[in-house]
Design a protein around this ligand. Structure first.
Ligand code: ATP
Ligand code: MG
Length: 418
């Protein structure tokens, strides 16, 4: 992609009223646009990062046998009455609306009820299960505070998967596979090292849940880590002696860190299947309720967390698998020689199947172009200038470790991933 045609521009100044570092950098770099507090649009470069995160999650969900669908944002009161969760006293951050004839509607904040209800129309035999169903869907939540940029949106896309199993063993086996799948996701998006499997409370669904928490000062949670085992426990469970004992944790060994919940997995038991009558007949014809689990990841939460963990004082730094482009080709100078060499390099890299962002803008100073490349944060910067042409090479710079090297022209392709 040519930078000259991109409608977004970088900004030197931090946007007014924005306090979250992830949002400040992403807005300055033109990755997102703030519509209002907690509500952000994804612009072309930001959308490429978002899509990469989505692709990684989708690949991991498909690998464990997930089936993707897309549920609705408008939800029925009758469906939610079945579990008693329609009331604002139970879910306090729900946006609701009304049809012209005054019929109340819910605006999706989660999907346990509609999906369980939907499945009663399709599955009833032991042969129909297990089922693992997921979606990437916009959730709306009237969050009290929206000061964490895209890490806490009032409108945000979540990957939510729900599992439907026939017995506890089947459920436990799948739960363990999801734990692996989540570990893969966070490793692939570039925050594996900072992300800890965390024992947490279960809220309204169950006694306990498991969270994936990424260590960052921008997080709203506190976890206590045992570095030896990489196991951690959420602050909310720290005073629960039974939990400490269960996981063989001693308080003195644990180190407190601020963290962001990037994903969580929950056993749901039979609460929803019983409410909707999602039963199956086993081989002997006995009716049994399905055992459920739910598994969420917020895409904006993950993208914001990557920014918080990876960015430096000059700007964004994208891990390779989520970067909008593998490399930023920067042309310094507008002379005929430089123009020809840079265009040739761009065309050849494209032909070799590389994803390249090409700064082909004319009349922009070298300093400004290099500062923009730092702010935009592609993993590799490739400079073509009078100087590099004279050396029959291009200059490479790794955005993560900042190492600079002159690479002979013939070796350029091998140095960039796709
Ligand atoms: P939190 O305690 O952070 O509000 P939650 O307990 O409400 O999270 P879930 O409802 O289980 O979280 O949502 C699953 C995942 O969706 C979370 O692990 C997180 O990654 C993401 N998520 C939750 N709320 C938001 C939000 N307001 N904006 C962006 N992502 C979110
Ligand atoms: Mg919440």
């Amino acid at each position: 992609m040519r930078q000259s045609i991109l409608f977004t521009k970088t900004q030197k100044e931090a946007p007014k009223g924005e306090v979250a570092r992830n949002a400040i950098l992403l807005i300055r770099a033109g990755y997102i646009y703030k519509e209002m507090a907690g509500v952000y649009a994804y612009l072309p470069l930001g959308l490429r990062v978002f899509r990469n995160i989505e692709r990684i999650i989708r690949e991991e969900m498909d690998a464990v046998g997930g089936q993707e669908l897309l549920l609705t944002s408008l939800q029925s009161q009758a469906v939610w009455e079945k579990t008693g969760r329609w009331s604002d006293d139970v879910i306090d951050n729900w946006f609701k609306t009304k049809l012209v004839d005054e019929t109340p509607l819910g605006i999706a904040s989660t999907h346990e009820e509609p999906l369980t209800n939907l499945l009663t129309h399709y599955a009833s035999s032991h042969r129909d299960f297990p089922l693992y169903i997921y979606q990437f869907q916009t959730k709306f939540r009237n969050e009290l505070r929206a000061k964490s940029g895209i890490m806490r949106g009032r409108e945000f896309v979540m990957k939510d998967l729900y599992s439907f199993c026939r017995n506890e063993e089947e459920h436990a086996a799948f739960y363990a596979r999801m734990k692996e799948a989540y570990t893969n996701v966070f490793k692939r998006v570039g925050i594996g090292e900072q992300t800890y499997f965390t024992y947490a409370s279960g809220g309204s669904f169950s006694k306990a849940s498991d969270e994936f928490q990424t260590v960052t000062d921008a997080g709203e949670d506190t976890i206590y880590i045992d570095e030896e085992t990489r196991f951690s426990i959420n602050e909310e469970m720290l005073d629960d002696e039974a939990s400490l004992k269960k996981f063989n944790l001693s308080k003195e060994k644990l180190v407190a860190k601020k963290s962001a919940e990037v994903g969580n997995i929950f056993p749901l038991g039979t609460k929803f299947s019983e409410a909707f009558g999602l039963m199956y007949r086993d081989e002997s014809g006995n009716e049994k309720p399905v055992i459920m689990g739910s598994y969420g990841i917020g895409l904006g939460r993950v993208m914001g967390t990557i920014v918080e963990v990876c960015a430096d004082e000059k700007g964004l730094r994208w891990p390779h698998e989520v970067a909008p482009f593998s490399a930023h080709l920067v042309r310094l100078g507008d002379s005929e020689t430089v123009l020809t060499a840079a265009e040739k390099t761009y065309e050849e890299l494209l032909r070799a199947g590389k994803e390249i962002f090409y700064d082909d803008r004319k009349g922009v100073s070298a300093g400004e172009k290099l500062a923009d490349a730092d702010l935009l944060g592609m993993p590799m910067r490739i400079v073509v200038s009078e100087k590099t042409i004279a050396a029959n090479a291009v200059e490479f710079r790794d955005r993560m470790d900042r190492r600079v090297s002159m690479v002979p022209y013939g070796e350029v392709f091998a140095r960039i991933g796709t």
